[in-house]
Design a binder for this molecule. Structure first.
Ligand code: ZN
Length: 540
């Protein structure tokens, strides 16, 4: 199935002719000033001037094959004509996030950012009764998917990862060249190695980009459909009054009076005409004077999720767009993201209380450190972050668990102050804050990992008088096997007491200590997975 569809995809999602025409939002003011100043004097030279002044890229969506999507949306619209949508409330849509790293495991997006992205996505779709939930956070190490997902080999590698039981979203370091923030890869529907989203790791948690791509996934086109490859409206190229056809030669330019809105641009009537005005918007203000094919001044909508304007703080979908998405969601092409499953939807209003270690407590070792916290109502997952900086930016260690404790097996720096905090979440609610941070100081030694089955290990009596017998009381939550040994404080083996099979519950193991000189000794229980040590003091 891969070969044919990849051949059809052809070029990678990418830059088209954009870079030399666009400019960054940050340089808008100076360009605008120059534009107004030179407008009438040197208008023919303006494009060259702009080219010289502009940085090389603008942010945009790299979705290609949008006409493929358009044809599917038209078909879906026809299919769903008059259909009664089986909606009795919120529709829950599963999402699989691929947290893609380089092949060596570096540069991966943080779990925190992915949870933030989920939170933003759900806030943006809440008013249309669509909510997303985490089906899986998948950690993937793959150089090509990380740095060139749109290449032929990148697409092939992605297609091998797809499981059609959720929206598959790849969070990467590159999405098809400079300026591309993300893209949706049509056609829609399961199979065929397509129907996934790629988003830059630096964009995924922001207000617009992920919701924009999910908009495509749910059947939305750009309000400036037909202008994507043009570089945007330019009066010197397209005229102050645009013609009937968009630069793609096959899409009608939408008119202000709404007379062709059903068949022009995105074919949605309440998104006003838009001819890709990114060169004429600054700080969420439009200053172009474009006219529609009838000569009527265009009033574009700037804060729409589906345009390329990134300077509006909040964005919205129109009612018409919401209707398209709802219809598309209930089309058979989207059956695979409607499993009719209701996840944990509890809103989490508390942050966990951290129990141990806290208050800068100094620990004996610098590894195998157990962190514990109180459970929080509504949470069935916890994200733990640990770092030597309170901003958690320097080599943070992260853990995800469904329990209320986790063992940090990694070797931490010796004798260092560490910060840790815990964020509670569940599959659909990821907006809760982290707990306040707590601290501990690492020891300098490396502790070996303890035996999992052992609940308690006590020497009776301890200290013990020379010549008397000591007992090792083992409390186990499950049966296990271990070697019992007696060492001196320098780690030299004094007595090998053999391999023992220990049942669940309490067992007393006699220690023949009669011949030991007064001093300190180490009693060691060593299993295949861990090691527990107790100090025994023999009195004269
Ligand atoms: Zn797009």
């Amino acid at each position: 199935m891969g070969g044919g569809s990849f051949a059809a995809l052809g070029q990678s999602p990418g830059r088209g002719g954009f870079p030399q025409l666009g400019h960054s939002l940050f340089s808008m003011r100076s360009i605008m000033t120059r534009r107004l100043f030179f407008a009438f004097l040197v208008c023919l030279a303006l494009p060259a001037l702009l080219k010289a002044q502009q940085p090389e890229w603008v942010p945009f969506c790299g979705t290609k094959d949008l006409n493929l999507l358009r044809d599917q949306v038209r078909q879906a619209k026809a299919d769903m004509e008059g259909a009664l949508l089986p909606r009795g409330g919120i529709t829950y849509v599963p999402v699989r996030f691929f947290l893609v790293a380089k092949s060596d495991g570096s540069s991966r997006v943080s779990e925190k950012r992915v949870l933030d992205a989920m939170c933003v996505l759900n806030e943006n779709f809440a008013d249309m009764d669509i909510q997303f939930y985490i089906k899986q956070l998948k950690f993937l190490n793959h150089n090509t998917i990380y740095s060139n997902p749109g290449s032929t080999s990148g697409q092939f590698a992605i297609s091998n990862q797809l499981v059609y039981d959720a929206i598959n979203i790849f969070i990467t370091g590159d999405a098809g060249g400079q300026g591309v923030l993300g893209y949706y890869q049509p056609p829609a529907g399961p199979g065929g190695g397509t129907d996934y989203i790629v988003v830059l790791k630096n964009e995924v948690h922001k207000n617009k980009t992920l919701s924009h791509e999910v908009g495509h996934f749910l059947g939305l086109l750009h309000p400036f459909h037909g202008w994507e490859e043009s570089g945007g409206w330019d009066p010197n190229v397209h005229g102050m009054q645009v013609g009937f056809w968009a630069p793609d030669g096959q899409t009608r330019n939408e008119k202000m009076d709404g007379s062709n809105c059903n068949m022009a641009a995105d074919e949605i009537c309440d998104t006003p005409p838009d001819y890709l005005f990114w060169n004429f918007v600054s700080n969420c203000n439009y200053f172009g004077q474009a006219r529609d094919p009838d000569g009527v001044l265009v009033v574009p909508m700037l804060d729409n999720f589906m345009n390329y304007i990134f300077s509006c703080t909040q964005n919205q979908f129109t009612t018409g767009q919401k209707n398209v998405m709802t219809n598309f969601l209930f089309h058979p092409l989207r059956n695979y993201v409607r499993p009719n499953f209701t996840p944990n939807t509890q809103v989490i209003t508390q942050t966990p209380t951290l129990k141990s270690p806290v208050n800068g407590e100094t620990l004996p070792a610098r590894n195998n450190i157990k962190l514990e916290w109180e459970p929080v109502p509504g949470a069935d997952q916890y994200l733990v972050e640990l770092s030597i900086t309170v901003g958690y930016s320097v080599n943070p260690i992260t853990k995800i668990t469904s329990g209320t404790s986790v063992v940090i097996e990694e070797e931490l720096l010796p004798d260092r102050l560490y910060y840790w905090h815990v964020k509670p979440y569940n599959a659909s609610y990821t907006c809760a804050d982290f707990s306040p941070s707590e601290t501990f100081v690492t020891g300098s030694v490396l502790a070996s990992r303890e035996i999992e089955e052992v609940d308690g290990l006590t020497l009776l009596p301890n200290p013990v008088n020379q010549g008397a017998e000591a007992l090792l009381e083992v409390n186990a939550e499950a049966p296990f096997e271990a070697e019992l040994r007696l060492l001196d404080v320098n780690g030299r083996l004094l007595l090998d007491l053999g391999r023992r099979s220990l049942p669940a519950g309490t067992t007393l193991l006699p220690l023949p200590t009669g011949g030991l000189a007064p001093g300190m000794y180490l009693v060691v229980l060593q299993s295949d997975t861990g090691r527990n040590t107790r100090k025994l003091v023999v009195l004269p």
